[in-house]
Ligand binder design. Structure first.
Ligand code: ATP
Length: 296
């Protein structure tokens, strides 16, 4: 299985603060760091770290070239990532004393993708490969349909999840990965088991993964349902937890592991991620996950 992620590359500006800034308030930051981020880049990095063969196709501005170098060094194929005449997407991230975050996102070059360019990328992949999408680039509904047309399995993490996502052709998605907020946006609020059941009823052929932050994650396929608690770790920064979880889940699925083993591996990887600061930089290696994960 090869994975092609058509997704975002961002520069993350991370400010450590005592508490998340409130409306009208000005607060001082005790620390400032710059990280490589963007859900596309983070998930591609997680897949590479998990041992999958992964390409990231996206757009950056000239000042974002270092993002591509970094991904390449992590083992991500970046040959279809282009420099365009628009600023690189970036995020302003506050991280509070408890490790919770709050994010402002500027999409920039991430929203300049063209259908013709995407067709050229997808033509290089074949049935059995996976198209991985998030909702930080333009044209996601067309990309879902194009992926299916090329015979690829489509994995969608509809984040961030605006009301537009309900109009996407989600019935063409093979693997849907959502957190509690995204699930609520798609099927309304409720207990996790109810949301999972509602997602399953709406997309019966798909595999759905529902992540619950410190409360673990559920997964439901047409033939099985599984739950995995979150790893018990000292939480430093939850940025990138969902992306790490998804990358390791998808890589494990590509290796043919059962639903519960995929969840377990993803949970161990995400636990390591939240115990470190950063996004792309905090994704563990496959070896680190092997060392902590239970063999069965
Ligand atoms: P983010 O947007 O912060 O990357 P997300 O909202 O997409 O994350 P979550 O549901 O918050 O995704 O987290 C994904 C997974 O990461 C969880 O299912 C869990 O395995 C792990 N995780 C998240 N928060 C914690 C935590 N505090 N302690 C341990 N594991 C965590």
């Amino acid at each position: 299985m090869r994975v092609v992620c058509i997704g975002s590359l961002n520069i993350d500006h991370v400010y450590r603060v005592d508490h998340l800034v409130r409306p009208g308030e000005t607060i001082a930051s005790s620390e400032y760091q710059v990280f490589a981020g963007g859900k596309g880049a983070n998930q591609a990095a997680a897949l590479a770290r998990a041992g999958a063969v992964v390409s990231l196709a996206g757009h950056i501005g000239a000042e974002g070239a270092w993002l591509v170098d970094r991904l390449r060094r992590l083992g991500v194929d970046t040959q279809w990532t282009r420099v365009v005449d628009v600023p690189t997407g970036h995020a302003i991230i506050q991280v509070d004393a408890e490790g919770q975050n709050s994010i402002v996102l500027y999409a920039g070059a991430n929203r300049t993708l063209t259908g013709e360019w995407a067709e050229g990328v997808l033509a290089r992949f074949a049935p059995g490969d996976v198209l991985l999408l998030q909702n930080e680039v333009n044209g996601v509904p067309e990309l879902i349909a194009a992926g299916r047309r090329h015979g690829l399995q489509v994995c969608l993490n509809p984040a961030p999840c605006g009301p537009e996502v309900n109009a996407y052709p989600l019935d063409q998605v093979d693997l849907l990965v959502v957190n509690e907020t995204e699930a609520a946006s798609l099927v309304g609020p409720g207990a996790a088991e109810d949301q999972l059941a509602r997602l399953g009823a709406r997309y019966p052929a798909a595999t759905t993964v529902l992540t619950l932050g410190p409360n673990g994650a559920w997964a439901r396929s047409p033939s099985a349902t599984a739950y995995e608690p979150a790893a018990r770790v000292r939480v430093v920064d939850t940025t990138g937890a969902g992306d790490t979880f998804l990358g390791f889940f998808l890589a494990a699925r590509g290796d043919g592991l059962s639903l519960d083993r995929c969840l377990r591996r993803a949970s161990v990887a995400a636990g390591l991620c939240v115990s470190r600061v950063g996004a792309t930089d905090s994704v563990p290696t496959s070896g680190e996950v092997d060392a902590l994960g239970s063999p069965d």
